[in-house]
Design a protein around this ligand. Structure first.
Ligand code: PLP
Length: 366
């Protein structure tokens, strides 16, 4: 029996009845965009994160773009300004910056947490730097205390890319509330995932929230009056209704993820394999369980012969991606090492005891 990297059908089965009920309610309501379900979820998610404002948007990429666009419309950030982000992240973090006419500046990663490294951030600051995007990679909160200190010292905006870390906490506070603004994705595989594309921005900054709300709806507050050159990126009613169902279980699901991670970390015993680092204050909700090893591709093939399917997040650091060939000569040694060594195991809470045992046994016999 094969163990796929992810089994979303099985993962969503425990929600199926409630999701069908929620979707039926929306179908019967006759209202599909910008209605009560969106408003309800925004309130719930803002309260969950511990912030005053949440704006539901079309996807995670747009949630980052809209934050930057919001600052640009306020004049806080201008075309051509620089935004620092980690070299080891999903491409969306960099694309959002590029698509706003801003310059992505890559910092290297911490060798234990794989998150953006504070000293490298400092070294990248110039007179054009206006913001830092901290990605909570794989579900682990970035070094927010250090980053906040840097942001304050250099008068930079600090933005969370929390697309992989819904519900993770840092000194008791949830992601989404740890910086000036935060971006979330609810893509189906995320810790809080819906059945389509969706995202959100959270912030305590009312002015920014008002602008983003308008920007996400064609720059319009009042119908057919357009204040800004906005985009169309709205959380639809069906996704909002599904997200309200799943948000109720998020803490419980994250708890189960932590237990599964601790199972793997206790039972994987192989000196060629480095396990995920997980110590306070950078708390971890294990969006992914990422191990590291020298001959990664060989391990991946070995696991495949045992019917265990893994993935690589990410096989190329941003500056090694063809889309960013202009950055290819940058030297970011940790990010470059990670792209060759990381391996994400099948990791979902509906894994059976037998599947868990098979995965650990296969790793221990490698
Ligand atoms: C998933 C993800 C995004 C983008 O989200 P989409 O909803 O797919 O646009 C952005 N950043 C990170 C770190 C992600 O993992």
């Amino acid at each position: 029996m094969k163990i796929p990297f992810l089994n979303l059908k099985r993962e969503n089965e425990r929600y199926a009845a409630k999701i069908k009920e929620a979707v039926s309610r929306v179908i019967d309501s006759g209202w599909y965009i910008s209605g009560e379900e969106k408003e309800k979820f925004e309130k719930e998610f803002a309260a969950y994160c511990g912030v005053n404002h949440c704006i539901g948007v079309g996807n995670g990429l747009d949630s980052i773009r809209l934050i930057l666009m919001g600052y640009m419309d306020q004049g806080t950030i201008q075309k051509g300004d620089e935004v620092i982000l980690p070299a080891n992240t999903f491409i969306a973090t960099a694309l959002a910056v590029s698509q706003c006419g801003l310059v992505p500046v890559l910092a290297d990663c911490d060798n234990r947490t794989y998150n953006i490294e504070s000293q490298s951030v400092k070294e990248k600051i110039t007179s054009r730097t206006k913001a830092i995007i901290a990605v909570h990679l794989y579900g682990q909160v970035a070094a927010m205390n250090e980053l906040k200190q840097i942001a304050t010292q250099y008068n930079l905006k600090l933005i969370e890319d929390a697309a992989q870390a819904h519900g993770a906490t840092h000194q008791g506070k949830k992601t989404g509330s740890l910086a000036d603004a935060a971006a979330f994705s609810f893509y189906p595989v995320k810790n809080l995932g819906t059945l389509g594309d969706a995202g959100a921005v959270t912030t305590d900054d009312k002015k920014l929230a008002d602008i983003i709300r308008s920007l996400s709806n064609y720059g319009s507050g009042k119908k057919y009056i357009h204040q800004y050159k906005g985009i169309n990126s709205r959380l639809d009613e069906i996704q909002a209704a599904i997200l309200s169902v799943k948000l109720k279980q998020l803490d419980e699901e994250n708890q189960k993820r932590k237990e599964l991670a601790s199972y793997f970390s206790r039972n994987i015993k192989n000196e060629n394999i480095i396990l995920p680092y997980n110590k306070e204050p950078t708390s971890h909700v294990f969006h992914l369980y990422v191990i590291r090893t020298k001959e990664r591709d060989r391990l991946q093939s070995y696991l495949e012969t045992k019917g265990i399917f893994t993935q690589i997040h990410y096989p190329l650091a941003i500056h090694k991606q063809p889309a960013y060939s202009e950055l290819k000569d940058l030297k970011l040694p940790v990010a470059e090492q990670l792209q060759d060594e990381v391996l994400s195991l099948p990791f979902y809470i509906s894994l059976t005891e037998d599947e868990k045992t098979r995965i650990t046994k296969a790793l221990n016999s490698y």
